[in-house]
Every structure is written in structure tokens, then in C-alpha cells.
Design a protein around this ligand. Structure first.
Ligand SMILES: *[C@@H]1O[C@H](CO)[C@@H](O)[C@H](O)[C@H]1NC(C)=O
Ligand SMILES: [Zn+2]
Ligand SMILES: [Zn+2]
Length: 348
């Protein structure tokens, strides 16, 4: 396969991944998603009806009903990266005297990440239940702006505690609701936000560390091949030094899988680092992403009937006001890492 075809496939796959991840994994109301929705509409004009219907029902099942698809996809991608690292990069790194200690860091991170991932999936995010909701009501106070007292969830038929929201995917109300994450097939709420935050950071570290080791290996491969000093004869018979493009092309053709993996890791790293920083910021100022979007009026652009019933709409978003109640960095983080527990009502 020649370089351009390979590169075309590569760019196509990466762009598709970026598109899918951005469109479906995150917040439905960000300005970026509006742009994507527009792109989707334009694409829809050129696709046949049956394909549209098929993809819509598939997407509905994937993103609006609980399923483990993304957990499997996650494990698959991770397995592919670690297999590639273990069977190709590891050997090269050993040859160029990278220590076993630094080569074992990715595996240690994998263990830590797997634990956090498991906790995100298995921890109850703080489901509002009949037996607990009377004590859940008192965990946070109503602010009268984003959350009003005495509003019931039309589906669960329970009074909604402040900061809670009904998750339409899981069909339950969740305390201190942040968002529903398809990658862990669970909501992120009061009881698992800390696992989620640590999980994001561990994935970033993992991707960053493997990317650095791989980059180091490729750099050595280039230096060893002497390509930087190489030259070629151009169409006019002149000798030209092989430029960076030449080096990239060489790497692409010699180590296609490794370069592909590196590109993927760099992409994952920057995407998740941005996301992790955003969530750290929210944690530091005592806000959930649900509240962040709400206070900026994002939900109102699409006033969905269910959203109105859910009291999601804040008809006149007031951008000048801060809608969060920060009691200082330590206390805000304390609340995430040691979430207030709602006790079960004593039967008597
Ligand atoms: C965080 O904000 C909520 C209101 O949204 C408030 O009830 C809670 O006490 C605040 N927590 C801290 C630690 O400031
Ligand atoms: Zn509900
Ligand atoms: Zn959910």
C-alpha cells in the first residue's frame, strides 16, 4: 500500500473516532455538539431512508438504553494498545536500554485504572429511592434558582432532592447528578464522582506514559537509521536533505501499527486531559456539569418537553450570577471524595 492511501485511511479513522466520541459520549448541549448536529443533518440529506432508520435505531439502542457496548469497546481498545506495546514497543525499548522500572509503569497504571473503572461501573451513583429519599432531601439545600423545593419527578413520583436529576437512560433519579457516562454504563453522581475523576486522570497518565515511551522508541529508530543525515536527488538532479516529511513517511511505512497507536494515544491524551481539567474545575468550585450547563442556559435552546417537565429550563439564564456555592477548595473536594451519605429511613 502506498503512503498516501495509508495516510488517507489513517486520517479517516481518526476523524471518525473524534466525531463519534465528541457527538455521543459527552454533553448533548455544548456549542460543539450543535455544530455536529448540523453536520449530521447535512449528511442525512445524502443518505437513503432505510439506512437512516437503521442507524437511528442502532444509535438509540447504543446511547439511550443501558448497554455494555462501550465497556467492551473500551476493553478492546485498551487490549489492542497494550498488545501493541507489549509485543512491539517493549522489545525495542529493551534493546535501547530503557529500564524495566520505567517499562513497568504502564502496567501498574493499568491495574490502578482497572480498579477505578470497576468502581465507576459498580458504585451506585446515588439513586433516589423511596426508602432513602427523605434523608436524601436534606443533603443539599434548594437554591431557589436551579433547584426548587417540592418538585417531583414525573417518572419516579418522588420529590426531587436539590442537585438531583432524572437519568433517562437509567430511568431513575440520581443525587448530585453529573451526567450519564456511556463508557462506564452508569450515571456519575454523588457517590462515584471521585472515582470518575481519578479514573479520568489515570487514563490520561496511561495514554501519556505509553505515548512518551513509544515516541522515545521512534526517535531512537530515526536516529539509528541515519535518516536525518540522508539526502536524495530531486527532479533537477540536485541533492536535497531528507526533510521531516520524509522521516514521517519512513516511520509510517516501517512501523505502521506503532505510529497509528501513537496518534491514537496522543488524541486520547489531549481529549481526556481537557475533560479531566474541566471536571476538576467543576469539583473545585462545587458544581456538577449538569448545573454548569443549566446555569448557562444550554438546555433552553432545545426545550424538550421532558426537559421542561424535569424543570431543567431556567427561562432567563442570568450569566452574570454564579450559580454555585463554593466553601473553599478543600471542603468542595472533601464533599466529592467523602460524599455525604443518606441513611436509610428507620422503619418503626
Ligand atoms: C455545594 O453547593 C450546594 C448547593 O448547590 C450546597 O448545598 C453545598 O453545601 C455546597 N458544598 C460545599 C462544600 O460548599
Ligand atoms: Zn426520576
Ligand atoms: Zn444514567
Amino acid at each position: 500500500m502506498d503512503f498516501l492511501t495509508l495516510f488517507g485511511i489513517y486520517v479517516g479513522v481518526v476523524l471518525t473516532c473524534i466525531f463519534l466520541v465528541c457527538k455521543y459520549s459527552g454533553q448533548q448541549h455544548s456549542p460543539f455538539n450543535k455544530l455536529l448536529n448540523y453536520v449530521t443533518k447535512v449528511i442525512a440529506l445524502f443518505t437513503p431512508q432505510w439506512l437512516q432508520r437503521f442507524s437511528q435505531s442502532t444509535l438509540h439502542r447504543l446511547f439511550h438504553q443501558r448497554n455494555n457496548m462501550f465497556i467492551y469497546l473500551h476493553i478492546l481498545l485498551e487490549g489492542a494498545v497494550y498488545a501493541e506495546f507489549t509485543f512491539e514497543v517493549f522489545g525495542f525499548c529493551r534493546e535501547m536500554d530503557t529500564t524495566l522500572t520505567s517499562l513497568s509503569v504502564p502496567y501498574i497504571l493499568l491495574v490502578v485504572k482497572t480498579f477505578l473503572f470497576y468502581r465507576c461501573i459498580k458504585t451506585d451513583p446515588g439513586t433516589v429511592t423511596k426508602s432513602k429519599f427523605s434523608s436524601q432531601l436534606h443533603v443539599y439545600s434548594y437554591d431557589g434558582r436551579l433547584f426548587h423545593p417540592g418538585v417531583s419527578c414525573p417518572t419516579c413520583q418522588l420529590v426531587k432532592p436539590a442537585r438531583s436529576k432524572h437519568c433517562r437512560v437509567c430511568d431513575r433519579c440520581v443525587q448530585r447528578f453529573d451526567h450519564h457516562c456511556v463508557w462506564v454504563n452508569n450515571c456519575i453522581g454523588a457517590q462515584n464522582t471521585h472515582y470518575f475523576l481519578l479514573y479520568l486522570f489515570s487514563v490520561c497518565l496511561m495514554a501519556g506514559d505509553i505515548a512518551l515511551l513509544t515516541g522515545d522508541m521512534l526517535l531512537h529508530a530515526v536516529l539509528r537509521s541515519g535518516l536525518l543525515r540522508a539526502s536524495y536527488i530531486d527532479d533537477y538532479g540536485q541533492q536535497q536533505p531528507a526533510g521531516p516529511l520524509f522521516v514521517v513517511q519512513h516511520l509510517f511505512l516501517t512501523f505502521p501499527r506503532i505510529v497509528f497507536m501513537l496518534g491514537f494515544l496522543v488524541f486520547v491524551f489531549f481529549l481526556l486531559a481537557g475533560y479531566a481539567l474541566f471536571h476538576s474545575y467543576l469539583g473545585i468550585v462545587n458544581q456538577t456539569s449538569n448545573e454548569w450547563y443549566k446555569s448557562r442556559g444550554y438546555f433552553c435552546q432545545h426545550c424538550h418537553p421532558a426537559a421542561i417537565a424535569d424543570h431543567l429550563c431556567n427561562p432567563v439564564p442570568d450569566h452574570s450570577k454564579r450559580y454555585y456555592y463554593s466553601r473553599g477548595l478543600l471542603r468542595n473536594l472533601g464533599e466529592i471524595f467523602f460524599p455525604p451519605q443518606a441513611v436509610r429511613k428507620k422503619d418503626n
